[in-house]
Design a protein around this ligand. Structure first.
Ligand code: ZN
Ligand code: ZN
Ligand code: FE
Length: 753
């Protein structure tokens, strides 16, 4: 008899039913069980049958599963007369929690089949699809440990659940029109409108140009017709979100292709079981309203991923011409995590024409993941639903448990144990106290799920981050050590973690902001580092940021500081007289001023002098617009090394000479990439290090990232880049965790530098 242990994503993806099917097909007797961190099989049969069985396990495994390790041991035979799935037994170990999975094709077909007993059931799912992480209380993944425990299975569902030949065999969230959760409207005047009637009602509202809040898999969305300018404008005004782009959910791929360019790689991700938002190039003359993503040449696009989304687009009612593109934006008050419960929804979505909710509880929030493509490879911007909390593997990490609190903006946290680093779903900006509460609750839930009790806590170096305060609190409560990791070093470490690279690198961290070792703002950093320690080998020329928080939104302030010429700033109309004088005064008297090496701010300044964007209404706006301008230029520039301040001066003087702003936007990107490659080349010559890691929010800019990597490659350097972990602050937690793991010695004593 063989004892087989399979490690990997084998929970909640139909793995046990699959094993049972393959066993029967190969005349194997024995059993399979869920052990929490792995699946255990006892298999008895002829040598040939066992061989075939083992092969089938590894080649025919379900599409959503991933086998990371398979251990086989020989044991004496026992008396088995068939093959059984036995109840889950729980053991501690490395745990793999499945993310939520988009509705599969088979379920989608049944959803619209009038003869199916789940006809138009908004919660249809099977062993290959449906909610996972967001409904999970504890491991192992079994119905009574999910928020589906409130919905006892009807006889027909139970029959499928226990029948090995059914596609819903062992599907924990199984349900139907008779026994499943229900959708309903929650407003007073619409109370009692439930199920199909509620869906019809919301469709009518959306088709008529209204705005609706809709509860999904990981939180509420706000929705409206994406082709209806005034509906979109109403949503903008109510959310006080003047210009930050909205994501659009298209009914199907052909609707996407009508509006956007779509490569095969982009299509594969767009239509994957994770169904992320993918940033696509807009086609000219499309029908999506111009205020959906104003002045940006891209559109965040996704496909329906829950049965409810499919029903909203395609419910068989009398409504003809229902829009095939809807805004679907996270339903949250600005700066606060996505809403998951009815009471809060009713309070904050008072501007909506309807609020469609349901009674399947969301236990952990999961925003939509957002992905761009750079050089044909994915470049994650927000890693959440569909991806979190799948772990990153890092070879050779020490056997410890770590909790890393991440950064202040775009917060995610990381729980790590041994060589596995689990980054959480997206939490949000921790500037607001309500976000801190959600962060704390999410840490609690994830550590319960993954059974990780941290032995060391990691956080940012910034003394005033709320995440730092929370880390200090948790470390005091648990009586464990706290390690503070410099922000940009953590960016580089996150890139090394994602690439499973443990050697020495030259790290290039280009970022908006972050607390430096010397108390100034960093963000244009060149490090010589490994996973344990770093040296700041170079940085861009520092400049002065005047006016605190405002200086990170108002690029004209940086521009004035860099050009040191009040009359010229006035001539360029960078800001009104009063503001210009105010900042000039601060700069002269050194009031409310701080030194900075932020490349993010350099982008803001360049965008300001080119008149592309003087004040940003959302993070990264100036850089996105500058890139959009650069991509409209066809001019080729000869490579020339200049320092960052020389680059700014060149752009400024050519602008004063009246050169085209699209060309100058391109020149700015080109020069910055050349400067980076030049500095790295010099550092490489000095240190003999041939590997470069690029990270930091600025590298979300696909033009800069692509140009820089190309120039580095041409110099014979190996470039590590991000793909599925964001280069922005959403990836920081991984770097902090890696540093703590690497520096915690096995004797339990601290070994930090
Ligand atoms: Zn399915
Ligand atoms: Zn049922
Ligand atoms: Fe950062």
């Amino acid at each position: 008899m063989l004892n087989i242990k399979i490690f990997g994503i084998v929970q909640g993806v139909g793995f046990r039913p699959f094993v049972s099917r393959v066993a029967r097909a190969n005349k194997i007797f024995g059993s399979v069980s869920n052990r929490g961190s792995y699946v255990e099989i006892f298999a008895q049969g002829s040598d040939d049958d066992l061989k075939n069985f083992l092969a089938a396990l590894q080649t025919e495994n379900p599409p959503r599963s991933t086998i990371l390790k398979l251990d086989v041991n020989h044991l004496p035979d026992e008396k088995f007369s068939d093959f059984q799935i036995v109840d889950s037994v729980h053991e501690a170990g490395d745990i793999f929690v499945s993310p939520d999975i988009a509705v599969c094709e088979k379920c989608a077909a049944e959803l619209f089949d009038p003869n199916d007993r789940r006809y138009l059931h908004p919660f249809i799912n099977c062993t290959a699809c449906g909610p996972r992480l967001t409904i999970l209380k504890n491991m192992p993944y079994d119905r009574e440990r999910t928020s589906m425990d409130e919905f006892p299975m009807c006889a027909a569902c139970a029959e499928e659940y226990f029948n090995p030949s059914s596609r819903r065999f062992d599907a924990q969230p199984i349900c139907c029109n008779d026994c499943g959760p229900e959708v309903y409207l929650i407003r007073n005047e619409e109370l009692g409108i439930r199920n199909w009637e509620a869906i019809r009602h919301v469709r009518k509202i959306l088709a008529g140009g209204g705005v609706a809040a809709i509860k999904g898999i990981g939180g509420f969305h706000l929705a409206c017709d994406a082709k209806n300018f005034s509906a979109v404008q109403r949503l903008r005004d109510s959310k006080t979100r003047p210009s930050k782009p909205f994501a659009v959910m298209f009914k199907n791929i052909s609707a996407v292709e009508r509006e956007c360019f779509l490569s095969d790689a982009e299509k594969n991700f767009l239509d994957s079981p994770q169904k992320p938002i993918v940033l696509l190039q807009k086609k000219i003359g499309g029908s999506i309203a111009v205020n959906v993503a104003p002045e940006i040449n891209r559109l965040g696009v996704m496909l329906p991923y829950t049965p409810l989304h499919l029903l909203i687009f395609d419910f068989p009612d009398e409504l003809k011409n229902f829009p095939d593109a809807l805004i679907m934006t996270s339903g949250n008050p600005s700066g606060v995590p996505i809403t998951i419960d009815d009471a809060e929804a009713e309070k904050i979505f008072d501007f909506c024409d309807a609020i469609l909710s349901h009674d399947r509880k969301i236990l952990l929030r999961a925003d939509d993941s957002v992905m761009d493509f750079i050089d044909g490879r994915p470049s994650m911007i927000r890693r959440s639903r569909g991806y979190a909390p799948l772990p990153i593997f890092f070879d050779g990490a020490k056997k410890f448990s770590v909790l890393a609190l991440g950064s202040e903006l775009k917060n995610t946290f990381c729980l790590a144990k041994n060589n596995l680093l689990y980054a959480s779903p997206y939490i949000g900006d921790v500037g607001d106290l309500r976000t801190v509460e959600v962060l704390e609750a999410s840490i609690k839930r994830m550590s319960d799920l993954l059974e990780i009790v941290p032995e060391v806590i990691a956080c940012d170096l910034h003394p005033r981050y709320r995440t730092t305060a929370l880390a200090e609190k948790i470390s005091a409560e648990l009586g464990v050590e706290l390690v503070k990791v410099q922000h940009h070093y953590a960016h580089i470490l996150s890139c090394m973690a994602e690439n499973n690279f443990g050697g020495e690198v030259i790290g290039v961290a280009f970022d908006g902001t972050g607390f430096g070792d010397d108390g100034t703002i960093w963000g244009g950093e060149f490090f010589i580092c490994d996973t344990k320690t770093y040296e700041r080998a170079a940085a861009i020329k520092s400049f002065v940021q005047a006016g605190g928080d405002k200086s990170s939104r108002e690029g004209w302030r940086i521009a004035l500081s860099l050009m040191k010429n009040f009359e010229l700033a006035r001539e360029l109309n960078l800001a009104d007289e009063k503001n210009l004088r105010g900042v000039q005064f601060m700069l002269e008297k050194n009031i409310n001023c701080v030194r900075s090496t932020s490349v993010g701010r350099l982008f803001d300044a360049a965008a300001a002098i080119l008149g592309v964007c003087k004040v940003s209404s959302y993070e990264g706006e100036a850089a996105m617009k500058l890139q959009a301008c650069a991509e409209r230029s066809t001019k080729i520039f000869r490579a020339e090394f200049k320092t960052s301040d020389e680059i700014f001066s060149e752009v400024l003087s050519r602008r004063l000479d009246g050169e085209n702003i699209f060309d100058l936007a391109k020149l700015f990107h080109e020069r910055l990439a050349e400067m980076t490659a030049g500095i790295v080349e010099e550092l490489s010559a000095r240190t003999k290090i041939k590997t470069v890691a690029m990270s930091g929010g600025v590298f979300q800019n696909s033009l800069l990232s692509s140009l820089t990597a190309e120039k580095l490659n041409r110099r014979g350097l190996k470039v590590l880049r991000h793909e599925l972990i964001p280069p922005n602050d959403g990836g920081i937690c991984l770097g902090q965790a890696l540093n703590a793991l690497q520096n915690f010695s096995t004797s339990g004593r601290r070994n930090f530098y």
